[in-house]
Design a protein around this ligand. Structure first.
Ligand SMILES: O=C(O)c1ccccc1NCC(=O)[C@H](O)[C@H](O)COP(=O)(O)O
Length: 219
């Protein structure tokens, strides 16, 4: 299975193009006003058209209400919703029924105890994204460029596809995949100059490193 590469937090036509040209499988757009990567619905419409048919479009929200999600769907036309808040399994069921889109639930990880909710989510989510647990005083629950201890996932036996994220970059992505055996990798801070400002060369380098990882794994 090819390793899925997701570049998250894209907010300009130029950097989206770099990710698409570089061969990203998934491109993520953040809808969370406190984030430096938050995009307006107007920008979502524009970037959504640009990415259409070229990569899987992921809409990232944090405990968003139905009206917000409806507006995002109408403008971005995402292929999948990434739920990065405290959404419960009941909320996931509700979202599935209302919007009919595949769901990727982000699970914050610090210790093995954080994997306890997995069986519940496995019944309703289409994919799990393991991300580093944000500090209590953080202004956002992800996109902080901090890794978690990947060994927590070492013996994971999950039927659902999963991705790993949190502090990945071109230098550590191979080790993250080796330890976690994740089917996909997701990056935001590791391809930025400063929070919210993507760097074309870092995007290209990350995608190259992830592809090289994939080749190492199949040997
Ligand atoms: O990126 C944000 O600002 C953000 C805000 C609120 C929730 C999640 C957010 N980002 C998550 C991601 O971009 C990725 O899914 C992943 O966590 C990678 O983050 P990073 O550690 O910055 O590479």
């Amino acid at each position: 299975m090819p390793l899925l590469v997701k570049i998250c937090g894209l907010s300009t036509r130029e950097t989206l193009d770099v990710a698409l040209e570089g061969g990203a499988d998934m491109v993520g757009f953040v809808f969370f006003p406190p984030s430096p990567r938050h995009i307006s619905l107007e920008t979502a419409r524009e970037l959504g058209k640009q990415a259409k048919g070229r990569a899987v479009k992921v809409a990232l929200t944090v405990d968003a209400d139905d009206a917000t999600i409806e507006n995002i769907i109408e403008t971005l036309r995402p292929d999948i919703l990434q739920l990065h808040g405290k959404e419960t399994t009941a909320r996931l069921r509700d979202l599935k029924q209302k919007f009919g889109l595949p769901l990727m639930k982000a699970l914050p990880v610090e210790t093995a105890a954080d994997l306890a909710p997995l069986p519940g989510y496995a019944g309703v989510a289409d994919r799990i994204l393991f991300d580093a647990r944000a500090p209590k005083d953080a202004t956002r629950p992800g996109g902080l460029g901090a890794p978690f201890d990947w060994h927590v996932l070492e013996n994971l036996d999950l039927a659902l596809p999963y991705m790993v994220s949190g502090g990945l970059n071109a230098e550590n992505v191979t080790e993250a995949v080796r330890v976690t055996r994740a089917g996909g990798v997701d990056v935001s801070s590791g391809v930025e100059r400063t929070p919210g400002v993507k760097d074309p060369e870092l995007i290209r380098a990350f995608i190259r490193a992830a592809r090289a990882t994939q080749e190492l794994m199949v040997r």
